[in-house]
Design a protein around this ligand. Structure first.
Ligand SMILES: Nc1ncnc2c1ncn2[C@@H]1O[C@H](COP(=O)(O)OP(=O)(O)OP(=O)(O)O)[C@@H](O)[C@H]1O
Length: 228
């Protein structure tokens, strides 16, 4: 469960990005975060994996209070939360296999378990045949599938995606959405900031709308609600 109570964020340059945010997300939910550019979506989801620290208020994820979390404990949090970015953030010199295995090597999994699990997630995103390629040799959609595989390789309870289809064409975006739905169907919470009106209005889920740093709407099976 993810809870935010009266959360605000003011950046060091004085910009107030979020104000008095309250929300609660149960394990296994699928939530879109929508809103105009600059509304505070990235700030909101970024605070859930401590990319950003709240200025005020409290954020807890499965009982761990993020504002009290020591810097050295952040890597433990990241094992519970998989993150998917708009621009993939794959390591360019490593193969697909190595990009995914990396997350398991740092937690000292056995080589046998690493091999088994990496091939399992590559199978889930249909990319076993690209295991030895480097990111540059893949299409955008394939790179995003690798980054999703990397995000879930540790069996996180939650996956946070910040505009995961922002750099992809519509058809590829639907493939990516099918993978997120599959991950969610297995019980993983999925939280996705998106500008895609088509996706939100077609694959109906809970919608949290942010405007000027405040939650202005929170609806189950909601609409995108803005002009694309
Ligand atoms: N690191 C930062 N330092 C200062 N201000 C920031 C920083 N990151 C974001 N902001 C500001 O905070 C506000 C919210 O930004 P945020 O990126 O969360 O919005 P967003 O809804 O994700 O926008 P977009 O849809 O364009 O990605 C904006 O005014 C932005 O300029």
């Amino acid at each position: 469960m993810i809870e935010m109570k009266d959360v605000s964020k003011t950046y060091s340059n004085g910009v107030s990005a979020l104000n008095g945010v309250n929300l609660s997300i149960e394990q296994g939910e699928f939530v879109y975060v929508v809103g105009p550019s600059g509304a505070g979506k990235s700030t909101l989801v970024g605070m859930m994996y401590r990319e950003e620290k709240a200025t005020n208020g409290s954020i807890s994820i499965n009982g761990v209070y993020l504002n009290k979390l020591k810097e050295r404990k952040i890597p433990y949090l990241r094992r519970e939360i998989g993150v998917v970015y708009q621009d993939f953030k794959l390591l360019p010199r490593l193969t697909v296999y190595e990009n995914i295995a990396f997350a398991l090597e740092v937690i000292e999994e056995s080589p046998k378990n690493i091999r088994r699990r990496v091939m399992e997630v590559l199978d889930l995103v249909n990319l076993k045949h690209k295991a030895r390629h480097i990111p540059d040799e893949l299409s955008g959609g394939e790179q995003q599938r690798v980054s999703i595989a990397r995000a879930i390789v540790n069996h996180p309870k939650t996956v946070i995606a910040d505009e995961p289809t922002g750099n992809l064409d519509p058809e590829t975006s639907w493939d990516i959405m099918r993978i997120f739905e599959e991950i969610n169907a297995k019980g993983t919470t999925v939280i996705m900031a998106t500008h895609s009106k088509d996706i939100v209005n077609t694959i109906k889920k809970r919608v949290i709308a942010v405007e000027n740093g405040r939650i202005v709407r929170d609806e189950h099976r909601g609409d995108y609600g803005y002009e694309a």
